[in-house]
Design a protein around this ligand. Structure first.
Ligand code: HEC
Ligand code: HEC
Length: 141
């Protein structure tokens, strides 16, 4: 009986210490105790446009359509279902560049090169968003 009382008391003690710790953390956080929820971020719309002009030779063209739900994994590549040499004839999408069928030594490959498999490593879709900073970048004519 005595033993269990002791266990209970020491448990209560630890709990109160933890609660104190919490207080300390809160005050260390200064006056920034959150009272209001921050406004929900605005949901940005994906841009669906025509292919966009490139800013310099060798720029990976930006993706002029949504890529929501487009899976790229070891077994499946959604992009290639429209953009591979063969499927582009049906889908009307720009076929991937010839460079995408070369390995790192420059030898031609029959399948898409492993270096070009993860399309969104280089190609990005666009959303209608204001730039954080103004800039006066001009692409090459
Ligand atoms: C359902 C078919 C389809 C799928 C899937 C698809 N695309 Fe496209 N893509 C198109 C079509 C069609 C165009 C031509 C522009 C247009 O009409 O929107 C295009 C245009 C592009 C362009 C611009 C090419 C240029 O000449 O500027 C890029 C880059 C691109 N897609 C990349 C991708 C990537 C990366 C994926 C996968 C994440 C993907 N696409 C998936 C149909 C598709
Ligand atoms: C390592 C970067 C990289 C990866 C990964 C990559 N691309 Fe590209 N892509 C480029 C560059 C750079 C260009 C422009 C120069 C060229 O054609 O090689 C390009 C060009 C293109 C073009 C336009 C071709 C033309 O003739 O105008 C399409 C379409 C395209 N890529 C689709 C894809 C798709 C689909 C994938 C995935 C299967 C992919 N790319 C993966 C870098 C990449």
């Amino acid at each position: 009986m005595k033993k269990s009382l002791f266990v209970l008391l020491s448990l209560l003690f630890t709990l109160s210490v933890n609660a104190d710790d919490l207080e300390v953390k809160r005050t260390l956080n200064g006056a920034s105790i959150l009272e209001k929820m921050s406004p929900q971020p605005e949901i940005k719309k994906w841009h669906d446009t025509e292919p966009q002009p490139r800013n310099y030779p060798q720029q990976p063209p930006i993706i002029p359509h949504t890529t929501k739900g487009y899976v790229i994994n070891q077994k499946f590549n959604k992009c290639l279902t429209c953009h591979s040499d063969q499927d582009s004839k049906i889908s009307g999408a720009t076929p991937v560049g010839k460079s995408h069928y070369h390995d790192r030594d420059g030898s031609p490959t029959t399948k898409i090169s492993a270096r070009r498999y993860f399309c969104v490593q280089c190609h990005v879709p666009q959303v209608d968003a204001k730039p954080f900073m103004e800039n006066d970048f001009k692409g090459e004519e």
